[in-house]
Design a protein around this ligand. Structure first.
Ligand SMILES: [Zn+2]
Length: 270
C-alpha cells in the first residue's frame, strides 16, 4: 500500500485540481434555490407542466399534433372522395358505354332485319320469277304443237274430190305407224264411225279439235288427257280408204273443218 497513491492522497495533492463546484453558476440573485418568480423561472415551469399535460390531453395543449391529425384525416377523406368520384365516373362511363352498346345493338338489329327483309323479298321475287318461268316453260311445253306422224307423205288435200267434199289432208304411211297427240288435250271420241273406220278425236287446250281416221288401232278412251306427242293409236286402212294412210281433219273451236295446210303452217308445222 506504500507504493501506490491512495484516493485520499490524490485529493490531497494541492494545486493540481480545482475544487469541485456545488452547482451551475447562476446570478447572485438566484442563489439559494430556483423558486424566485422571475420571467425565466416562469417559462421553465410552463414547459415542465406543459409536457405533463400534453401526454394526457393533446387536443387542447398540442395544437401542432392536432393539426397533423386533422390534415391526415382530411387527406383520407379527400382520398375517399376522390376514389368515390372515380368509381362514380366509372359507373357513369360504364352506363354511358352500355347505352351506346345498346343503341348499336338496336341499330344492328334493325339493320339486320332490314337486310333480312330485303333478302327475303329478293328470294320471294326470285322464287316467284322462277315459278313464273317454270309455269311459262310448262305452258309453252304443254301448248306446243307437233305433227301426228313422222316421215309422212302428203297424198291428198282438202277440197272437192270425186263429187264430194274432202274434209282434210291425207298422209300416206305404213300400217302401224304411231299416231301422236298434236298438243295437250282431251280425247272426245275414240271408236269406229262409218267411212272413217277407227277414229280418234282430240279437243286441244285452245279448243281446236283434230280428227284421225282409218286407224288400224286405238290406244285411248274418251276422257283421257293427253300431252303433246302422246301416242293415241296406230295408222291403218280402215273405213273407206284406198290404201294405208292417215286422214287428218282440223276443226277450229270444234266447228266446221278447215283446210289443214295453212293451219299447220300457222302452227309451225309442215
Ligand atoms: Zn282423207
Amino acid at each position: 500500500m506504500s507504493s501506490s497513491p491512495s484516493y485520499d492522497g490524490r485529493h490531497r495533492a494541492p494545486g493540481r485540481h480545482r475544487a469541485p463546484r456545488r452547482g451551475p453558476r447562476v446570478p447572485a440573485g438566484f442563489r439559494g434555490g430556483f423558486i424566485l418568480p422571475t420571467a425565466a423561472a416562469a417559462a421553465l415551469v410552463v414547459t415542465a407542466t406543459g409536457a405533463t399535460v400534453a401526454e394526457s390531453s393533446p387536443m387542447h395543449v398540442d395544437p401542432t399534433g392536432h393539426q397533423a391529425t386533422t390534415r391526415a384525416q382530411s387527406a383520407a377523406l379527400a382520398e375517399f372522395d376522390r376514389v368515390e368520384a372515380t368509381q362514380q365516373r366509372e359507373v357513369q362511363a360504364t352506363a354511358a358505354q352500355s347505352r351506346v352498346l345498346e343503341a348499336q345493338r338496336i341499330a344492328r338489329s334493325a339493320e339486320r332485319r332490314a337486310v333480312a327483309g330485303k333478302v327475303a323479298k329478293q328470294k320471294a321475287q326470285a322464287a316467284a320469277a322462277a315459278a313464273v318461268a317454270k309455269a311459262e316453260a310448262k305452258r309453252k311445253s304443254s301448248e306446243r304443237w307437233l305433227m301426228p306422224i313422222k316421215g309422212a307423205v302428203f297424198t291428198s288435200g282438202y277440197g272437192w274430190r270425186w263429187g264430194r267434199m274432202h274434209q282434210g289432208d291425207d298422209f300416206g304411211t305404213p300400217i302401224g305407224t304411231p299416231l301422236h297427240a298434236m298438243s295437250s288435250g282431251t280425247i272426245v271420241f275414240a271408236g269406229v264411225q262409218g267411212g272413217y273406220g277407227n277414229k280418234v278425236e282430240i279437243e286441244y287446250w285452245d279448243g281446236t279439235v283434230s280428227v284421225f281416221g282409218h286407224m288400224n288401232s286405238i290406244a285411248v278412251s274418251v276422257g283421257d288427257k293427253v300431252a303433246p306427242g302422246d301416242v293415241v293409236g296406230a295408222s291403218g286402212n280402215t273405213g273407206h280408204s284406198t290404201g294405208p294412210h292417215l286422214h287428218l281433219e282440223i276443226h277450229p273451236g270444234g266447228g266446221a273443218a278447215i283446210d289443214p295446210a295453212p293451219w299447220l303452217r300457222d302452227h309451225g308445222l309442215q
